[in-house]
Design a protein around this ligand. Structure first.
Ligand code: HEC
Length: 123
């Protein structure tokens, strides 16, 4: 067996300012924290996350992921609507930093747009 191919370090066509490192970190964070309930393109327990950055402002997403119940309790219109739409199933709270949440969003955006340039090269 020869040496493994070098992983792609710099994505060519990622949207926004996502780079391959952020997307890879977001991939791991998504799998560890979100994938039990979310997929990119289909409803699992919660909604498909593709296009979330177009649907909601970044500050809202940050606040939601950290503590969605707080937004619902505060009467945030969108939060209450989606909470009711999903049988009032409350998301867990997450102790993630803004940067980590942004990495998850970079991953979601990259996957949703099928810009998979960050994926390790096939052997
Ligand atoms: C235990 C299940 C569960 C986990 C784990 C979970 N979510 Fe959710 N999520 C939901 C449900 C259910 C909703 C729908 C709203 C509600 O019921 O509160 C939701 C809604 C959302 C929304 C709003 C989607 C939209 O279309 O407006 C975002 C954004 C979101 N989740 C992000 C995340 C992220 C990021 C993670 C991981 C850090 C995560 N969720 C982990 C269940 C979950």
């Amino acid at each position: 067996m020869g040496p493994l191919p070098e992983p792609v370090k710099q994505a060519q066509s990622l949207p926004s300012n996502a780079d391959a490192t952020a997307v890879a970190a977001g991939d791991a964070l998504f799998k560890g924290n979100c994938a039990q309930c979310h997929a990119i393109n289909e409803v699992v327990v919660g909604p498909a996350l593709a296009g979330i950055r177009k649907r909601r402002p970044e500050a809202w997403i940050q606040a939601w992921v950290k503590n969605s119940g707080k937004l619902v309790a505060r009467g945030d219109e969108y939060a209450v609507k989606i909470f009711n739409q999903y049988q009032q199933q409350q998301m867990p709270t997450f102790q993630l930093s803004d940067q980590e949440i942004n990495q998850i969003l970079d991953y979601v955006e990259a996957s949703g747009n099928q810009y998979m340039a960050y994926a390790p090269a096939q052997p």
